[in-house]
Design a protein around this ligand. Structure first.
Ligand SMILES: *[C@@H]1O[C@H](CO)[C@@H](O)[C@H](O)[C@H]1NC(C)=O
Ligand SMILES: *[C@@H]1O[C@H](CO)[C@@H](O)[C@H](O)[C@H]1NC(C)=O
Ligand SMILES: *[C@@H]1O[C@H](CO)[C@@H](O)[C@H](O)[C@H]1NC(C)=O
Length: 505
Protein backbone atom coordinates (compact mmCIF):
# COMPACT_ATOMS: atom_id res chain seq x y z
CA UNK A 1 0.00 0.00 0.00
CA UNK A 2 2.58 2.43 0.98
CA UNK A 3 4.66 1.81 -2.11
CA UNK A 4 1.73 2.74 -4.29
CA UNK A 5 1.20 6.02 -2.56
CA UNK A 6 4.77 7.08 -2.17
CA UNK A 7 6.73 5.75 -5.03
CA UNK A 8 9.17 8.54 -5.88
CA UNK A 9 12.82 7.63 -5.91
CA UNK A 10 14.34 8.63 -2.66
CA UNK A 11 17.08 10.80 -4.21
CA UNK A 12 14.66 12.92 -6.23
CA UNK A 13 12.06 13.85 -3.75
CA UNK A 14 11.09 17.29 -4.93
CA UNK A 15 7.53 16.29 -5.65
CA UNK A 16 7.11 15.36 -2.02
CA UNK A 17 7.94 18.63 -0.46
CA UNK A 18 5.01 18.84 1.89
CA UNK A 19 3.92 21.74 3.83
CA UNK A 20 3.56 20.02 7.15
CA UNK A 21 -0.09 19.49 7.77
CA UNK A 22 -1.58 19.70 11.21
CA UNK A 23 1.53 21.49 12.21
CA UNK A 24 2.09 22.18 15.82
CA UNK A 25 2.22 25.82 16.78
CA UNK A 26 5.66 27.21 17.21
CA UNK A 27 5.26 27.46 20.97
CA UNK A 28 4.02 23.89 21.11
CA UNK A 29 6.97 22.81 19.13
CA UNK A 30 9.38 24.71 21.31
CA UNK A 31 7.87 23.24 24.39
CA UNK A 32 8.27 19.76 23.03
CA UNK A 33 11.67 20.24 21.60
CA UNK A 34 13.06 21.65 24.81
CA UNK A 35 12.50 18.23 26.40
CA UNK A 36 14.77 16.49 23.98
CA UNK A 37 18.26 15.44 24.79
CA UNK A 38 21.11 14.64 22.46
CA UNK A 39 21.30 12.97 20.12
CA UNK A 40 18.21 14.37 18.51
CA UNK A 41 18.03 12.04 15.61
CA UNK A 42 16.34 8.73 16.15
CA UNK A 43 14.11 10.04 18.95
CA UNK A 44 10.90 8.64 17.50
CA UNK A 45 10.92 5.66 19.81
CA UNK A 46 11.04 7.77 22.91
CA UNK A 47 8.05 6.97 25.14
CA UNK A 48 6.29 10.21 24.59
CA UNK A 49 3.24 11.61 22.95
CA UNK A 50 5.39 14.21 21.38
CA UNK A 51 6.48 12.00 18.52
CA UNK A 52 4.28 13.72 16.06
CA UNK A 53 5.38 17.18 16.99
CA UNK A 54 8.95 16.07 16.89
CA UNK A 55 8.64 15.06 13.30
CA UNK A 56 7.62 18.64 12.46
CA UNK A 57 10.36 20.40 14.33
CA UNK A 58 13.82 21.17 13.29
CA UNK A 59 16.02 19.67 15.89
CA UNK A 60 18.91 21.96 15.58
CA UNK A 61 20.63 20.74 18.64
CA UNK A 62 23.79 19.32 17.18
CA UNK A 63 26.65 21.58 18.05
CA UNK A 64 24.51 24.68 18.49
CA UNK A 65 21.83 25.77 20.87
CA UNK A 66 19.62 27.71 18.50
CA UNK A 67 16.37 26.25 19.57
CA UNK A 68 13.80 24.65 17.31
CA UNK A 69 12.36 26.02 14.10
CA UNK A 70 10.41 24.76 11.15
CA UNK A 71 12.21 23.36 8.19
CA UNK A 72 11.51 21.71 4.86
CA UNK A 73 10.18 18.26 5.30
CA UNK A 74 10.89 16.34 2.17
CA UNK A 75 9.31 13.00 2.76
CA UNK A 76 6.91 12.20 5.53
CA UNK A 77 5.64 8.83 6.38
CA UNK A 78 1.85 8.85 6.21
CA UNK A 79 0.27 9.15 9.64
CA UNK A 80 -1.74 6.06 9.04
CA UNK A 81 1.37 3.89 8.95
CA UNK A 82 2.53 2.46 12.13
CA UNK A 83 5.97 3.58 12.98
CA UNK A 84 7.23 0.20 13.70
CA UNK A 85 10.29 -0.05 11.51
CA UNK A 86 13.46 0.72 13.36
CA UNK A 87 16.23 1.99 11.10
CA UNK A 88 19.81 2.68 12.06
CA UNK A 89 21.04 6.22 12.81
CA UNK A 90 21.95 7.13 9.20
CA UNK A 91 18.74 5.77 7.65
CA UNK A 92 15.12 6.68 7.08
CA UNK A 93 12.05 4.79 5.88
CA UNK A 94 11.67 4.97 2.16
CA UNK A 95 8.63 4.64 -0.10
CA UNK A 96 8.91 0.88 -0.01
CA UNK A 97 8.62 1.03 3.70
CA UNK A 98 12.19 -0.08 4.04
CA UNK A 99 15.20 1.46 5.71
CA UNK A 100 17.40 3.38 3.29
CA UNK A 101 20.54 5.48 3.75
CA UNK A 102 19.79 9.20 4.17
CA UNK A 103 21.32 10.82 1.08
CA UNK A 104 24.09 13.39 1.70
CA UNK A 105 22.63 16.88 1.71
CA UNK A 106 19.46 15.77 3.51
CA UNK A 107 18.84 14.72 7.05
CA UNK A 108 16.43 12.56 8.99
CA UNK A 109 15.79 13.73 12.54
CA UNK A 110 13.75 10.67 13.49
CA UNK A 111 15.06 7.99 11.14
CA UNK A 112 11.59 7.93 9.60
CA UNK A 113 11.01 11.07 7.63
CA UNK A 114 13.58 13.04 5.65
CA UNK A 115 14.29 16.82 5.52
CA UNK A 116 16.40 19.22 3.55
CA UNK A 117 19.67 20.06 5.28
CA UNK A 118 19.01 23.34 7.20
CA UNK A 119 20.11 26.77 5.99
CA UNK A 120 23.79 27.60 6.47
CA UNK A 121 24.77 23.97 6.95
CA UNK A 122 25.82 20.90 5.08
CA UNK A 123 24.77 17.36 5.81
CA UNK A 124 26.61 14.10 5.43
CA UNK A 125 25.92 10.66 6.79
CA UNK A 126 22.81 12.08 8.44
CA UNK A 127 24.76 14.61 10.44
CA UNK A 128 24.82 18.41 10.01
CA UNK A 129 27.68 20.90 10.24
CA UNK A 130 27.77 24.67 10.07
CA UNK A 131 29.34 26.23 7.01
CA UNK A 132 32.62 27.95 7.98
CA UNK A 133 33.39 31.60 7.43
CA UNK A 134 34.42 31.92 3.79
CA UNK A 135 31.68 29.46 2.84
CA UNK A 136 27.91 29.58 2.45
CA UNK A 137 25.01 27.30 1.74
CA UNK A 138 22.14 28.01 -0.62
CA UNK A 139 18.90 28.72 1.23
CA UNK A 140 16.47 25.87 1.59
CA UNK A 141 14.00 27.72 -0.60
CA UNK A 142 16.37 27.58 -3.54
CA UNK A 143 17.41 23.95 -3.14
CA UNK A 144 15.67 21.04 -4.83
CA UNK A 145 18.01 18.14 -4.47
CA UNK A 146 19.58 16.68 -1.41
CA UNK A 147 22.94 16.82 -3.14
CA UNK A 148 22.72 20.65 -3.23
CA UNK A 149 23.72 20.68 0.42
CA UNK A 150 26.21 17.85 0.50
CA UNK A 151 28.89 20.45 1.08
CA UNK A 152 29.16 24.23 1.55
CA UNK A 153 30.11 26.47 -1.33
CA UNK A 154 33.26 28.52 -1.23
CA UNK A 155 32.74 32.29 -1.38
CA UNK A 156 34.29 33.53 -4.63
CA UNK A 157 37.52 35.53 -4.35
CA UNK A 158 36.92 39.24 -3.83
CA UNK A 159 33.60 38.72 -2.01
CA UNK A 160 33.37 37.74 1.67
CA UNK A 161 31.44 36.03 4.37
CA UNK A 162 33.03 36.42 7.75
CA UNK A 163 30.35 34.57 9.75
CA UNK A 164 29.63 30.88 10.02
CA UNK A 165 26.39 29.25 8.97
CA UNK A 166 25.35 31.71 6.30
CA UNK A 167 23.29 31.34 3.12
CA UNK A 168 24.92 34.06 1.09
CA UNK A 169 27.99 36.27 0.72
CA UNK A 170 28.68 39.92 0.02
CA UNK A 171 30.47 42.09 -2.45
CA UNK A 172 33.47 43.70 -0.82
CA UNK A 173 32.49 47.06 0.69
CA UNK A 174 33.17 50.33 -1.08
CA UNK A 175 36.64 51.63 -0.33
CA UNK A 176 37.63 48.22 0.99
CA UNK A 177 39.27 45.07 -0.31
CA UNK A 178 38.76 41.46 0.55
CA UNK A 179 41.98 39.49 0.28
CA UNK A 180 40.48 36.69 2.40
CA UNK A 181 36.93 35.47 1.71
CA UNK A 182 36.53 34.49 5.36
CA UNK A 183 37.39 37.88 6.83
CA UNK A 184 35.66 41.23 7.09
CA UNK A 185 36.65 43.74 4.36
CA UNK A 186 39.78 45.76 5.01
CA UNK A 187 40.23 49.47 4.38
CA UNK A 188 42.10 50.46 1.24
CA UNK A 189 45.32 52.09 2.46
CA UNK A 190 46.55 55.60 1.55
CA UNK A 191 47.53 55.86 -2.10
CA UNK A 192 44.93 53.27 -3.15
CA UNK A 193 41.20 53.16 -3.81
CA UNK A 194 38.44 50.68 -4.64
CA UNK A 195 36.06 50.82 -7.62
CA UNK A 196 32.59 51.81 -6.35
CA UNK A 197 30.04 48.99 -5.98
CA UNK A 198 27.94 50.43 -8.80
CA UNK A 199 30.79 49.80 -11.22
CA UNK A 200 31.73 46.32 -10.09
CA UNK A 201 30.25 43.25 -11.77
CA UNK A 202 32.31 40.38 -10.48
CA UNK A 203 33.46 39.45 -7.02
CA UNK A 204 37.10 39.39 -8.01
CA UNK A 205 37.06 43.12 -8.71
CA UNK A 206 37.04 43.51 -4.94
CA UNK A 207 40.00 41.32 -4.17
CA UNK A 208 42.52 44.14 -4.10
CA UNK A 209 42.62 47.93 -4.01
CA UNK A 210 43.84 49.81 -7.04
CA UNK A 211 46.95 51.94 -6.85
CA UNK A 212 46.25 55.60 -7.44
CA UNK A 213 47.84 56.39 -10.81
CA UNK A 214 51.06 58.37 -10.86
CA UNK A 215 50.34 62.06 -10.74
CA UNK A 216 47.18 61.75 -8.62
CA UNK A 217 46.89 61.00 -4.89
CA UNK A 218 44.61 59.72 -2.17
CA UNK A 219 45.48 60.76 1.37
CA UNK A 220 42.53 59.06 3.10
CA UNK A 221 41.83 55.39 3.78
CA UNK A 222 38.84 53.52 2.38
CA UNK A 223 38.14 55.71 -0.63
CA UNK A 224 36.51 54.99 -3.99
CA UNK A 225 38.42 57.51 -6.08
CA UNK A 226 41.44 59.85 -6.06
CA UNK A 227 42.43 63.47 -6.62
CA UNK A 228 44.61 65.41 -9.03
CA UNK A 229 47.97 66.38 -7.61
CA UNK A 230 47.55 69.99 -6.42
CA UNK A 231 49.25 73.04 -7.91
CA UNK A 232 52.94 73.27 -7.11
CA UNK A 233 53.15 69.64 -6.00
CA UNK A 234 53.98 66.26 -7.48
CA UNK A 235 52.58 62.85 -6.77
CA UNK A 236 54.75 59.84 -7.62
CA UNK A 237 52.83 56.55 -7.69
CA UNK A 238 51.24 55.42 -5.50
CA UNK A 239 50.85 58.68 -3.64
CA UNK A 240 49.42 59.07 -0.21
CA UNK A 241 50.24 62.75 0.02
CA UNK A 242 51.42 65.26 -2.58
CA UNK A 243 55.04 66.40 -2.29
CA UNK A 244 55.89 70.05 -2.75
CA UNK A 245 57.98 70.95 -5.82
CA UNK A 246 61.40 72.12 -4.64
CA UNK A 247 63.03 75.38 -5.67
CA UNK A 248 64.29 75.26 -9.24
CA UNK A 249 61.25 73.25 -10.33
CA UNK A 250 57.58 73.96 -10.95
CA UNK A 251 54.37 72.10 -11.70
CA UNK A 252 52.00 72.71 -14.62
CA UNK A 253 48.89 74.45 -13.19
CA UNK A 254 45.86 72.24 -12.58
CA UNK A 255 43.79 73.96 -15.26
CA UNK A 256 46.33 72.90 -17.87
CA UNK A 257 46.56 69.27 -16.83
CA UNK A 258 44.31 66.62 -18.30
CA UNK A 259 45.76 63.36 -17.08
CA UNK A 260 47.03 62.24 -13.74
CA UNK A 261 50.48 61.50 -15.05
CA UNK A 262 51.03 65.15 -15.87
CA UNK A 263 51.38 65.60 -12.13
CA UNK A 264 53.76 62.75 -11.51
CA UNK A 265 56.88 64.89 -11.35
CA UNK A 266 57.87 68.53 -11.16
CA UNK A 267 59.40 70.13 -14.20
CA UNK A 268 62.88 71.60 -14.09
CA UNK A 269 62.89 75.33 -14.62
CA UNK A 270 64.50 75.84 -18.06
CA UNK A 271 68.01 77.19 -18.19
CA UNK A 272 68.09 80.95 -18.09
CA UNK A 273 65.02 81.25 -15.88
CA UNK A 274 64.62 80.55 -12.14
CA UNK A 275 62.19 79.80 -9.36
CA UNK A 276 63.46 80.46 -5.85
CA UNK A 277 60.28 79.41 -4.02
CA UNK A 278 58.96 75.87 -3.46
CA UNK A 279 55.46 74.88 -4.60
CA UNK A 280 55.11 77.12 -7.65
CA UNK A 281 53.47 76.73 -11.05
CA UNK A 282 55.68 79.08 -13.03
CA UNK A 283 59.18 80.63 -13.27
CA UNK A 284 60.89 83.93 -14.04
CA UNK A 285 63.50 85.36 -16.39
CA UNK A 286 66.94 85.45 -14.82
CA UNK A 287 67.48 89.00 -13.49
CA UNK A 288 69.95 91.46 -14.95
CA UNK A 289 73.55 90.85 -14.02
CA UNK A 290 72.82 87.22 -13.12
CA UNK A 291 72.81 83.82 -14.76
CA UNK A 292 70.56 80.84 -14.22
CA UNK A 293 71.63 77.30 -15.15
CA UNK A 294 68.97 74.58 -15.63
CA UNK A 295 66.71 74.08 -12.59
CA UNK A 296 67.90 77.25 -10.89
CA UNK A 297 66.61 78.06 -7.47
CA UNK A 298 68.46 81.32 -6.92
CA UNK A 299 70.06 83.34 -9.73
CA UNK A 300 73.85 83.47 -9.58
CA UNK A 301 75.58 86.82 -9.89
CA UNK A 302 77.81 87.46 -12.92
CA UNK A 303 81.49 87.73 -12.01
CA UNK A 304 83.57 90.80 -12.80
CA UNK A 305 84.80 90.47 -16.41
CA UNK A 306 81.38 89.14 -17.46
CA UNK A 307 77.94 90.67 -17.94
CA UNK A 308 74.36 89.61 -18.67
CA UNK A 309 72.25 90.84 -21.59
CA UNK A 310 69.66 93.33 -20.22
CA UNK A 311 66.13 91.95 -19.66
CA UNK A 312 64.75 94.28 -22.33
CA UNK A 313 66.79 92.47 -24.97
CA UNK A 314 65.98 88.92 -23.92
CA UNK A 315 63.06 86.95 -25.34
CA UNK A 316 63.70 83.40 -24.23
CA UNK A 317 64.78 81.88 -20.96
CA UNK A 318 67.94 80.42 -22.38
CA UNK A 319 69.28 83.86 -23.19
CA UNK A 320 69.92 84.15 -19.47
CA UNK A 321 71.64 80.82 -19.10
CA UNK A 322 75.21 82.11 -18.86
CA UNK A 323 76.97 85.40 -18.34
CA UNK A 324 78.81 86.65 -21.37
CA UNK A 325 82.53 87.41 -21.34
CA UNK A 326 83.24 91.09 -21.74
CA UNK A 327 84.79 91.43 -25.21
CA UNK A 328 88.49 92.14 -25.48
CA UNK A 329 89.26 95.85 -25.33
CA UNK A 330 86.43 96.55 -22.88
CA UNK A 331 86.13 95.66 -19.16
CA UNK A 332 83.77 95.28 -16.25
CA UNK A 333 85.25 95.66 -12.77
CA UNK A 334 82.00 95.10 -10.85
CA UNK A 335 79.91 91.92 -10.35
CA UNK A 336 76.27 91.64 -11.41
CA UNK A 337 76.33 94.03 -14.36
CA UNK A 338 74.36 94.19 -17.61
CA UNK A 339 76.97 96.12 -19.62
CA UNK A 340 80.68 96.98 -19.82
CA UNK A 341 83.06 99.87 -20.49
CA UNK A 342 85.65 100.86 -23.06
CA UNK A 343 89.16 100.21 -21.86
CA UNK A 344 90.41 103.56 -20.45
CA UNK A 345 93.07 105.70 -22.06
CA UNK A 346 96.61 104.48 -21.61
CA UNK A 347 95.37 100.96 -20.80
CA UNK A 348 94.60 97.70 -22.53
CA UNK A 349 91.95 95.10 -21.76
CA UNK A 350 92.15 91.36 -22.51
CA UNK A 351 88.98 89.38 -23.14
CA UNK A 352 86.86 89.12 -19.96
CA UNK A 353 88.81 91.88 -18.25
CA UNK A 354 87.99 92.68 -14.67
CA UNK A 355 90.60 95.45 -14.51
CA UNK A 356 92.33 97.40 -17.27
CA UNK A 357 96.10 96.97 -17.44
CA UNK A 358 98.36 99.95 -17.91
CA UNK A 359 100.32 100.31 -21.17
CA UNK A 360 104.02 99.98 -20.34
CA UNK A 361 106.63 102.55 -21.39
CA UNK A 362 107.46 102.07 -25.08
CA UNK A 363 103.77 101.57 -25.88
CA UNK A 364 100.66 103.74 -25.94
CA UNK A 365 96.90 103.40 -26.31
CA UNK A 366 94.68 105.20 -28.82
CA UNK A 367 92.55 107.93 -27.24
CA UNK A 368 88.98 107.02 -26.28
CA UNK A 369 87.64 109.67 -28.67
CA UNK A 370 89.14 107.90 -31.65
CA UNK A 371 88.01 104.38 -30.68
CA UNK A 372 84.69 102.96 -31.92
CA UNK A 373 84.84 99.30 -31.01
CA UNK A 374 85.93 97.46 -27.89
CA UNK A 375 88.65 95.61 -29.70
CA UNK A 376 90.46 98.81 -30.48
CA UNK A 377 91.43 98.74 -26.82
CA UNK A 378 92.56 95.15 -26.86
CA UNK A 379 96.30 95.84 -26.81
CA UNK A 380 98.72 98.75 -26.61
CA UNK A 381 100.49 99.96 -29.71
CA UNK A 382 104.27 99.91 -29.96
CA UNK A 383 105.93 103.31 -30.17
CA UNK A 384 107.60 103.39 -33.62
CA UNK A 385 111.33 102.96 -33.71
CA UNK A 386 113.15 106.24 -33.23
CA UNK A 387 110.31 107.92 -31.30
CA UNK A 388 109.85 107.39 -27.57
CA UNK A 389 107.45 107.12 -24.66
CA UNK A 390 109.28 106.63 -21.41
CA UNK A 391 106.13 106.86 -19.23
CA UNK A 392 103.48 104.16 -18.79
CA UNK A 393 99.75 104.72 -19.34
CA UNK A 394 100.00 107.22 -22.17
CA UNK A 395 97.92 107.90 -25.27
CA UNK A 396 100.71 109.15 -27.57
CA UNK A 397 104.49 109.28 -28.10
CA UNK A 398 107.15 111.82 -29.00
CA UNK A 399 109.66 112.49 -31.72
CA UNK A 400 113.14 112.14 -30.38
CA UNK A 401 114.23 115.71 -29.46
CA UNK A 402 116.92 117.72 -31.27
CA UNK A 403 120.44 116.63 -30.46
CA UNK A 404 119.22 113.31 -29.01
CA UNK A 405 118.72 109.75 -30.14
CA UNK A 406 116.04 107.27 -29.16
CA UNK A 407 117.26 103.74 -29.84
CA UNK A 408 114.98 102.20 -27.14
CA UNK A 409 111.38 103.47 -27.34
CA UNK A 410 110.70 102.96 -23.66
CA UNK A 411 113.71 104.94 -22.49
CA UNK A 412 114.23 108.67 -22.19
CA UNK A 413 116.11 110.25 -25.16
CA UNK A 414 119.93 110.25 -24.87
CA UNK A 415 122.16 113.09 -25.88
CA UNK A 416 124.17 112.60 -29.05
CA UNK A 417 127.79 112.13 -27.94
CA UNK A 418 130.57 114.46 -29.06
CA UNK A 419 131.54 113.65 -32.66
CA UNK A 420 127.87 113.03 -33.52
CA UNK A 421 124.79 115.16 -34.06
CA UNK A 422 121.10 114.84 -34.60
CA UNK A 423 119.20 116.70 -37.29
CA UNK A 424 116.77 119.35 -36.10
CA UNK A 425 113.10 118.27 -35.81
CA UNK A 426 112.26 120.46 -38.80
CA UNK A 427 114.34 118.27 -41.05
CA UNK A 428 112.95 114.95 -39.88
CA UNK A 429 109.90 113.22 -41.39
CA UNK A 430 109.93 109.77 -39.81
CA UNK A 431 110.42 108.53 -36.30
CA UNK A 432 113.18 106.27 -37.49
CA UNK A 433 115.31 109.32 -38.27
CA UNK A 434 115.59 109.81 -34.51
CA UNK A 435 116.82 106.35 -33.73
CA UNK A 436 120.48 107.23 -33.90
CA UNK A 437 122.80 110.23 -34.19
CA UNK A 438 124.76 110.94 -37.35
CA UNK A 439 128.55 110.79 -37.13
CA UNK A 440 130.34 114.11 -37.78
CA UNK A 441 132.51 113.49 -40.89
CA UNK A 442 136.20 113.16 -40.20
CA UNK A 443 137.84 116.59 -40.91
CA UNK A 444 134.96 118.48 -39.24
CA UNK A 445 134.29 118.50 -35.51
CA UNK A 446 131.75 118.69 -32.71
CA UNK A 447 133.08 118.56 -29.16
CA UNK A 448 129.65 119.14 -27.48
CA UNK A 449 127.05 116.52 -26.66
CA UNK A 450 123.44 116.92 -27.77
CA UNK A 451 123.87 119.12 -30.82
CA UNK A 452 122.21 119.37 -34.20
CA UNK A 453 125.24 120.44 -36.22
CA UNK A 454 129.08 120.41 -36.51
CA UNK A 455 131.85 122.74 -37.55
CA UNK A 456 134.44 123.00 -40.26
CA UNK A 457 138.06 122.66 -39.16
CA UNK A 458 139.85 126.06 -39.45
CA UNK A 459 142.75 126.54 -41.93
CA UNK A 460 146.06 125.36 -40.40
CA UNK A 461 144.31 122.84 -38.14
CA UNK A 462 143.42 119.23 -38.53
CA UNK A 463 140.30 117.39 -37.21
CA UNK A 464 140.87 113.71 -37.83
CA UNK A 465 138.87 112.73 -34.71
CA UNK A 466 135.72 114.87 -35.02
CA UNK A 467 134.98 114.61 -31.31
CA UNK A 468 138.18 116.35 -30.37
CA UNK A 469 138.97 120.03 -30.70
CA UNK A 470 140.95 121.03 -33.90
CA UNK A 471 144.72 120.41 -33.61
CA UNK A 472 147.31 122.95 -34.87
CA UNK A 473 149.30 121.51 -37.76
CA UNK A 474 152.99 121.05 -36.89
CA UNK A 475 155.27 123.93 -38.10
CA UNK A 476 156.02 123.73 -41.77
CA UNK A 477 152.78 121.91 -42.42
CA UNK A 478 149.23 123.06 -42.88
CA UNK A 479 145.72 122.01 -43.87
CA UNK A 480 144.00 123.42 -46.84
CA UNK A 481 141.73 126.35 -46.89
CA UNK A 482 138.65 124.44 -47.96
CA UNK A 483 134.98 123.92 -47.16
CA UNK A 484 135.33 120.14 -47.38
CA UNK A 485 135.67 118.33 -44.16
CA UNK A 486 137.83 115.71 -45.82
CA UNK A 487 140.49 118.34 -46.63
CA UNK A 488 141.13 118.71 -42.89
CA UNK A 489 141.57 115.12 -41.82
CA UNK A 490 145.37 115.57 -41.71
CA UNK A 491 148.21 118.10 -42.18
CA UNK A 492 150.50 118.29 -45.16
CA UNK A 493 154.10 119.52 -45.51
CA UNK A 494 155.08 120.81 -48.96
CA UNK A 495 157.47 118.37 -50.61
CA UNK A 496 156.97 115.86 -47.87
CA UNK A 497 153.29 115.04 -47.83
CA UNK A 498 150.96 113.79 -45.05
CA UNK A 499 152.42 114.44 -41.62
CA UNK A 500 149.29 113.31 -39.63
CA UNK A 501 147.12 115.09 -37.10
CA UNK A 502 148.86 115.35 -33.73
CA UNK A 503 146.81 114.17 -30.74
CA UNK A 504 144.07 112.67 -32.96
CA UNK A 505 145.61 109.28 -33.62
C1 LIG B 1 31.97 40.66 10.00
O1 LIG B 1 32.17 41.77 9.14
C2 LIG B 1 31.42 42.90 9.48
C3 LIG B 1 31.71 44.00 8.47
O2 LIG B 1 31.46 43.57 7.19
C4 LIG B 1 31.78 43.36 10.88
O3 LIG B 1 30.98 44.47 11.24
C5 LIG B 1 31.61 42.22 11.86
O4 LIG B 1 32.09 42.62 13.11
C6 LIG B 1 32.37 41.00 11.41
N1 LIG B 1 32.11 39.90 12.33
C7 LIG B 1 33.08 39.04 12.65
C8 LIG B 1 32.66 38.00 13.58
O5 LIG B 1 34.21 39.10 12.19
C1 LIG C 1 85.01 100.10 -10.96
O1 LIG C 1 85.44 101.13 -11.75
C2 LIG C 1 84.73 102.34 -11.53
C3 LIG C 1 85.21 103.35 -12.57
O2 LIG C 1 86.54 103.13 -12.91
C4 LIG C 1 84.96 102.82 -10.11
O3 LIG C 1 84.23 103.97 -9.85
C5 LIG C 1 84.51 101.73 -9.17
O4 LIG C 1 84.80 102.05 -7.82
C6 LIG C 1 85.20 100.43 -9.49
N1 LIG C 1 84.63 99.40 -8.66
C7 LIG C 1 85.38 98.48 -8.08
C8 LIG C 1 84.67 97.44 -7.29
O5 LIG C 1 86.60 98.46 -8.17
C1 LIG D 1 110.86 110.61 -19.26
O1 LIG D 1 111.69 111.47 -19.98
C2 LIG D 1 111.60 112.83 -19.61
C3 LIG D 1 112.53 113.63 -20.51
O2 LIG D 1 112.29 113.38 -21.82
C4 LIG D 1 111.98 113.00 -18.18
O3 LIG D 1 111.81 114.32 -17.81
C5 LIG D 1 111.13 112.10 -17.30
O4 LIG D 1 111.54 112.13 -15.98
C6 LIG D 1 111.16 110.64 -17.78
N1 LIG D 1 110.31 109.86 -17.01
C7 LIG D 1 110.65 108.64 -16.57
C8 LIG D 1 109.62 107.91 -15.81
O5 LIG D 1 111.75 108.16 -16.80
Amino acid sequence: MRSQKMHAASLFVTVFIFTAKAVASESECQQYCSQLTNPCIGFYNVESNCDKAASLCLQDCIGENQGPKFTNLLHQQPDSLARNIICSSDEYVNNNNQCAKVPDGCISWDNQDIWLCPDGKYCKNNQQWLCSAGEYQKSEASRYYCSDAASCKTVPAGCYQNLTGQITYYACDEGHYCPNVAQAPQKCPLGTYQTPLSKRYYCNEGSSCKSVPAGCYQNKEAQIDYNSCPDGHYCPSPSGSPIICPEGTYQTPLNKRYYCNEGSSCKSVPSGCYQNQPGETTYYACPEGHFCPTASGNPIICAAGTYQTPLSKRYYCNEGENCKSVPSGCYQNETGQANYYACPEGHYCDVASEAPKICPAGTYQTKLSSRYYCNEGESCKSVPYGCYQNESGRVDYYACPEGHYCAVASEAPKKCPAGTYQNPLSKRYYCSEGASCDPVPSGCYQTQEGTTTYYGCPEGYCCKDPSKPPALCPSGSTSYKSDYCSDHKTCYQPGYGDVGCPGHE
